[in-house]
Write a protein that binds this ligand. Sequence first.
Ligand code: CP
Ligand code: NVA
Length: 339
Amino acid sequence: MNLKGRNFITLLDFTSEEIQDLINLAAKLKYEKYDSIPHKHLTDKNVVLLFQKDSTRTRCAFEVGAMDLGMGATYLGPTGSQMGKKESVKDTARVLGKMYDGIEFRGYLQQDVETLAEYAGVPVWNGLTDQYHPTQILADFLTIQEKLGSLKGLKFTYLGDARNNMGNSLMIGCAKMGMHFYAAAPEALWPKQELIDKCNLIAQETGATLNFTTDPMKATYHADVLYTDVWVSMGEPKEVWESRIQELHPYQVDMKLLKNAKPTAIFMHCLPAFHGDNTEVGAQIASEFGQQFPKVKFGELEVTDDVIESKQSVVFEEAENRMHTIKAVMLATLSDLYV
Ligand code: CP
Ligand code: NVA
């Protein structure tokens, strides 16, 4: 594999082999970190992390990953830089590209990360847009590989808003890696037909299948992986909560759905997750909508607390793997590395 100079803005741009190579490189870097084997391969480099939206995992993964590789990292948060307010994305790209060796971007528009990639002259990595979240998928797939051995042929079920950044990216990832992707959601929350068509073409090559249903029992039956995400994503107005709960409460991942999957099934979530009333938003939703929708009365939204705390849940290992996989993406795109 030689990905030097490449951007990482959607998995659509990568072959199945390249995705597998990145996952394997991440596994190697993880092993090196655990065994304290030095891997400061990029000591003379610096990266900048541009965040228009909040983050815990992605920011920390990029910062720790960069430091482990010997790089310097600058964080520019939702406030405090000129981007978008006094300076266009195109100008920002040309400025930062002169100072840094790589740029991470988390924001709203996929177009913005594409503009950065077009004008920066250095690799640009997508740390989440409204449309895609590709670094998350590498972490998810590394976790599946660790837990279940391999990816190809697995039944992967996603419940919830299947046309958000996670639904879109997981569908692409499953198509690329020959997995059987099931989305359980009301039809209005299925991915756009244009993206489904694109993924179906990929699936024909890899042996994957893409399946869409409104029936959560059918989708979870004998599944290898159950995956969910928040019902309202960053950037959406809080007014959509009521209709989203209305649409998605039948898809809350609870013990009944988990038991309907294989006994060896794992539960995954990109996090952050609402599984109780011990967060501001969880408590607010519980008090505002708990009466009307008994399922959410304890602030358990997309997943119940017993599922996320169960032995089948791998969410924290999945979160750890963000770091190893993001490190792999930076290393592969910034160096002449052949694996
Ligand atoms: N999964 C994920 O991207 O988490 P953060 O929003 O904390 O970065
Ligand atoms: N769909 C979620 C993912 C968070 C990692 C969001 O965009 O808020």
